[in-house]
Design a protein around this ligand. Structure first.
Ligand SMILES: Cc1ncc(COP(=O)(O)O)c(C=O)c1O
Length: 435
């Protein structure tokens, strides 16, 4: 049997894929090259990853130099210079008081790491009964068991339902089509949805709750922008009850919402921030969990020779990833990427909302350079219409993404109006030809 199709693709309809494979062989700047020699405009910055563009020369050079200097160094009880330097840079960018950085290899690992740190923190403070974790419906925190358990995407949970972590509950999600459809930026309605946390505090008793984890802007479920005041209210309730607040910023960190972190954009500082993706511009897999100083300090007790947190990965702080991260953060600064993204945002907003009158469009949502166009599902075939629009755009030379029937957009931080115009014109044509 031939092994030509040995690769089992993640989050992919594999049988459909192999009937007409979509294979990328190169990339530069804002374009991909395919195996049949076509150039595609990347309207998704990789997979929310490559805000600076592909094959950024300074990141490429940094990784090339690093691989020839230090390929790998033991990461337990020993470390490497680049990991130390990157942690310092990440902490400098983080909200004040969040000065400790734990490295992972992905967003999923960042989510599970954050949850474990929260549990360990309470136990170290003598509140070991605080074991309950609160996520949110429609949330996405990766695919490992912790993140999956606090996540709220039914399709991801279904098959694993009986094996998810016990002691987890979920806030209701923040979407109400009737109250917020076609909002531009943050919806005015919905701050009171945060009060759902008070309901869970009453139900479980707040003294049993360790942490609440939310995406400041829910990405994978189809771009749910937090109502004005919602995150502030979550913060207040967490403070009132001694609950840690975790922002999963795997998508929103590093410029995607026109700021280093969504925490900065929305003016709410959590206790823990999870990141990945944009940390290295997607060039080498890496995540980072950024922790409030007091959380770290609480764990620094007992005899000094004893490991304080029994957690870590062989590749935590990998020198290649850290070199990519250092070059990435330097490029964000040199190119003023976060401010540029903020400057592009109104153009992006206007263009995405220009599709409002298209048949089949039931909502459009956006903040920063994140956008979603929700289509009415085709009766009896939920997700088919979204997938077909994705395929038609791909054929027409533009890469977007569909999460079911929500078309998703994540353009580069330095996108030009012409590029954005091409992306949305292509989508418009595709929408006019799908049934
Ligand atoms: C908010 C959020 N958390 C976690 C993850 C998981 O990241 P990874 O796929 O790197 O494990 C993602 C991925 O898209 C994400 O959007």
């Amino acid at each position: 049997m031939s092994h030509d199709q040995a690769f089992w693709l993640p989050f992919t309809a594999n049988r459909a894929f192999w009937k007409s494979p979509r294979v990328i062989t190169g990339a530069r700047g804002h374009y991909y090259t395919t195996d049949d020699g076509r150039q595609l405009l990347d309207g998704f910055s990789g997979l929310w990853t490559c805000g600076l563009g592909h094959c950024h020369p300074k990141i490429v050079a940094a990784v090339q130099e690093q691989v020839a200097t230090l390929d790998y160094a033991m990461g337990f009880q020993v470390t490497n210079d680049k990991a130390i330097a990157l942690a310092r840079e990440v902490a400098a960018l983080a909200p004040a008081g969040m000065g400790k950085v734990f490295f992972t290899n992905s967003g999923s690992e960042s989510a599970d790491t954050a949850l474990k740190i929260a549990l360990a923190y309470h136990r170290a403070r003598g509140e070991g009964q605080r074991t309950r974790l609160i996520g949110r419906e429609r949330g996405y925190h990766g695919v490992n068991f912790g993140g999956l358990s606090v996540g709220g995407i039914p399709g991801n949970r279904k098959v694993f339902s009986a094996t998810l972590l016990p002691g987890v509950d979920h806030l209701r999600h923040t979407y109400s089509a009737a109250d917020m459809a076609f909002s531009k930026g943050q919806p005015a309605w919905g701050a009171q949805l945060a009060d759902d946390l008070e309901r869970l505090c009453a139900l479980h008793d707040a003294s049993n709750i360790a942490a609440v984890i939310v995406e400041p802007v829910a990405g994978s479920t189809g771009i749910l922008v937090p109502p004005i005041g919602y995150l502030q209210r979550l913060r207040e309730i967490c403070d009132r009850h001694g609950i840690l607040l975790i922002f999963d910023e795997v998508i929103t960190a590093f410029g995607r919402v026109g700021a280093p972190f969504a925490a900065a954009r929305f003016g709410v500082t959590p206790d823990i921030i999870t990141t990945a993706k944009g940390l290295t511009n997607g060039v080498v897999p890496m995540g980072a969990v950024i922790v409030r100083d007091g959380v770290y300090d609480a764990l620094m007790q007992g005899p000094e020779h004893v490991v304080e947190l029994f957690h870590g990965y062989t590749y935590s702080g990998h020198p290649l990833a850290a070199a990519a991260g250092l070059a990435t953060l330097a490029a964000y600064c040199e190119e003023d990427s976060f401010a540029r993204a903020r400057a592009v945002e109104p153009i992006f907003e206007e263009m995405i909302h220009s599709l409002r009158e298209e048949a089949k469009v039931v909502d459009i949502r956006n903040v920063g350079l994140m956008g979603g166009i929700e289509l009415a599902p085709r009766p009896g075939a939920v997700g088919a219409r979204g997938f077909e629009v994705f395929l038609k755009c791909f054929e027409a030379g533009v890469v977007i993404r569909n999460g079911g029937d929500v078309l998703q957009f994540s353009p580069f931080l330095d996108s030009t109006p012409d590029e954005l115009g091409r992306i949305f014109d292509t989508v418009r044509q595709a929408l006019r030809t799908v049934t």
